[in-house]
Design a protein around this ligand. Sequence first.
Ligand SMILES: [Fe+2]
Length: 441
Amino acid sequence: MTRQAVLDALAVDRQALLRHYRETRSRSVELCRPLAAEDYRIQTMDDVSPPWWNLGHTTWFFAKNVLERFSDYRFDDPGWEYVLNSYYEAHGERLPRPERGNVGRPTTEEIQRFRRDVDRRMEELVDGVGDDRADELSFLVTTGIHHEQQHQELLVTEIKHILGRNPAGLRRAYCPATRHSGATPPPLELVTFGEGLFETGNLEGGWCWDNELPVHKVYLAPYALANRLVTVGEYLEFIDDGGYRDPLLWLANGWERVESDGWEAPLYWERIDGSYRQWTLAGNRQLEPHEPVCHVSFYEADAFARWKSVRDGAWEGCRLPTEAEWEQAARLSGFDVGAGTFLESEAFHPRPATAGPGLQQAAGDLWEWTSSHYEAYPGYRPFDGDLMEYNGKFMDNQRVLRGGSCATPANHIRVSYRNFWAPSTRFQLTGIRLARSVSSS
Ligand SMILES: [Fe+2]
């Protein structure tokens, strides 16, 4: 599908666009509702922005990319632009990222007023824009909505990090605990997929990020993907077998992190009296062996696959999937968004797999690390104008993740969606799906 076809597919239904806008904007505020005033301002590490900043920056995005372009709107105070710009060189100087937790202005109340003011202006604009610019406006508003949805996932994972920084005895749950069915997940098995030349990218059409285009063909040799995500119980076997103590299982950069950062378990696991507990947004909890293992870096996922390949004869040769393998397998499996655990569940925690054909848990629950480096597809063209900085300049030193998580809004994900993080990242909702090449003979 060409870029023009994507634009044409965005039939401008102003009321539908406004509903999508309002629903997204109010959800961001609701996600922060359980927080204390103090929680809004804390930055626990460079990657974690304080909640007030997410609320302000997503609003800045609409003001800068939509209101300034379509109206005479201008920021009263250039200091706000300085603070709320994330990484856009085209928009000038900005507050260094690690400083977001060190500023007290704008206040959280000022940010909330800023949101309401921009929302009022956006409503008037979408209602009143001429038909000749409706397509352009629809594209930019939709882009701003999806940008804010990305920040909703960040809000959840950053709030988890912020609340989890409190001493264990002072931590308060963000949400109620959800009950699982208690059913045992199906055995870990491989699902085989045939070789061929397949289209990859956003062939389903509709709005998408520039990094999902152009649709292009890739050849896949026969391969197999695991039917479900690796569980906590299976990951405990890796830990108990010395997985974090054997450098031969690790990429060099990963082993460096094991040593320098003292990794010995996934993030948020705490060893108390010989057994692990974990911090979740529903509070401190015992490990649940049937849940998918979560908060592992690419390096840990890769080391686990290597350990499984070496120690388990039935899984000899297993590895992480490439993103093209993952996408084709997920597409053939139906990529059932309705069956996945997404943000709307308000569980903010992955659920155990249930039995079924094809790939389970591909949509939602946890982002799945792939072995693919984040690169441009052949013929890639970034978005036009200021938004050209959105994705392209990050195509360096990152790995691709697929499928969405329990903090992703369900209407934000697609089978072609490409998430990306540095390989040492652990605070996102990330898990492991194994793969293996299959002999064609
Ligand atoms: Fe952003």
